[in-house]
Design a protein around this ligand. Structure first.
Ligand code: GLY
Ligand code: MN
Ligand code: MN
Length: 438
């Protein structure tokens, strides 16, 4: 970790905290890492997922019952939970270089936090998931809207430390993508490919920022396919992998699609790759993400025409809903502490919401591009039975080459997803610069 970048990150976050605390007349923020969640009628917990506001400040993602006390001026205080417990692994109190930018106190009993909190707790805001805990501790301000909106809005512009983490997450994920690609061309099952991916990262499923999508053949048409078939298909035709990694709690979210043979589907993948490059070339400060999404539909209409999947002109194919049948999701989303990062629709720090148009309900971002925002760009083209069946009941059916659709159906679909930083020169493509070229 670049410690100067981390120091400056803490300064930037303190600056933001100071600004919103003054505006809201608050003394400070008390951020809860979270608590383990118990499974119903069981004595086991779900995997712990830390409060994103907590990991925004410190690279600690696996320690429940910990706290941050922040007044926007002094070093943040990390209250690190370190119980006496012979049943579970107890994390050691961190001593890495980054800890020089914060103060650490150790908490050995969950309830002892009350003694470490400021006296005038009424003037502090609790930021976290456990409102019952906040009530018990005497907070009256709990996740105040004005504070949340402010923090979420500003989180979209990443600090140099955050960009370091996101680049490193891309580099790590790309190692897995290379291994997964080899496993596919070796004829591996979805399960075998998943194992190859995790092995290359040296991580477990629970370390992933989201459930990996590892799909062969027709399964590539299921947008969020997270099953894993243990047996390889008789013939591997196509492979869609949407898999990431995280570094210090910052996520990569990368998709590639491969064709086993050099055939029409291979050519279609190449066309989608070129389409994605054209969208990337249009990305710069001041451009509306919605316009990039709409541009993608125009480019996709041309791909459908060129590959004899649809007939007609671009406007007709868009107006009749043909492109939205083949590409039903949004172009992408903000990326950072969360895979689908917050504030994709937020247009100012007060939280003004600009929704996606009714025609594009699954678009996750209507922001205007700014320097150092991080986003995904993930155009897709799928052969989805239910959507095609619906299209066949409309006037658009005469614009579809159903024989060509039937020929492509066994391949499922295509998505190509890269992670980019908005830079003064356009985009920095972290995914391709990490070596995932095609
Ligand atoms: N992996 C989920 C997405 O691409 O949005
Ligand atoms: Mn993805
Ligand atoms: Mn994504």
């Amino acid at each position: 970790m670049n410690s100067e970048h981390y120091q400056n990150h803490i300064k930037a976050l303190n600056h933001r905290a100071q600004d919103i605390l003054a505006k809201e007349g608050l003394q400070g923020l008390v951020i809860h890492s979270g608590q383990p969640r118990r499974q119903f009628l069981d004595d086991m917990d779900y995997p712990f997922k830390v409060n994103p506001h907590f990991k925004a400040w410190v690279p600690v993602i696996n320690n429940p019952n910990s706290w941050l006390i922040i007044n926007g001026v002094d070093k943040p205080v990390l209250v690190f939970y370190c119980p006496v417990d012979f049943w579970h692994k107890v994390n050691e109190v961190p001593t890495d270089e980054w800890t020089q930018s914060i103060d650490i106190k150790v908490l050995t009993k969950v309830d002892a936090i009350a003694e470490l909190l400021p006296n005038n707790i009424q003037d502090w805001a609790y930021i976290g998931e456990h409102i019952d805990v906040a009530d018990a501790l005497g907070f009256s301000h709990k996740n105040p809207n004005a504070v949340m909106n402010y923090l979420h809005y500003h989180r979209s512009v990443k600090t140099p430390y955050e960009l370091d983490c996101l680049r490193a997450a891309n580099q790590l994920a790309v190692q897995g993508h290379h291994a997964a690609k080899s496993a596919f061309f070796d004829g591996g099952s979805e399960y075998a490919i998943q194992q190859a991916y995790l092995q290359a990262l040296g991580q477990s499923e629970n370390d992933m920022p989201y459930g990996n999508i590892i799909a062969l053949n027709r399964n590539c048409a299921i947008l969020h396919y997270t099953d894993l078939a243990y047996r390889a298909p008789n013939k591997s035709l196509s492979f869609l992998i949407d898999a990431g990694a995280q570094i210090n709690g910052y996520a990569a979210d990368i998709t590639r699609t491969y064709s086993f043979d050099h055939n029409d589907f291979f050519n279609l993948i190449q066309a989608m790759d070129k389409l994605q490059a054209k969208v990337m070339a249009a990305m710069k400060v001041g451009v509306r993400y919605l316009d990039l999404h709409l541009m993608t539909h125009r480019l996709l209409a041309q791909v459908l025409i060129d590959h004899h999947i649809a007939m007609g002109d671009i406007d007709t194919l868009i107006d009749l809903g043909v492109t939205r049948t083949f590409f039903p999701h949004g172009l992408g989303h903000m990326l950072g502490l969360q895979v689908h990062d917050v504030a994709g629709f937020m247009h100012d720090e007060r939280g003004t919401h600009v929704a996606a148009p009714a025609s594009d309900p699954f678009l996750r971002c209507t922001r205007t591009l700014e320097l150092n925002q991080v986003l995904t760009v993930e155009p897709g083209l799928y052969f989805i039975d239910s959507l095609l069946a619906q299209l066949a009941t409309t006037a658009a059916k005469h614009h579809v080459n159903w024989a060509q659709v039937a020929a492509f159906k066994p391949y499922g679909g295509i998505r190509i997803e890269d992670n980019v930083i908005i830079q003064p020169f356009g985009v920095e493509n972290m995914t391709r610069e990490s070596g995932l070229i095609d």
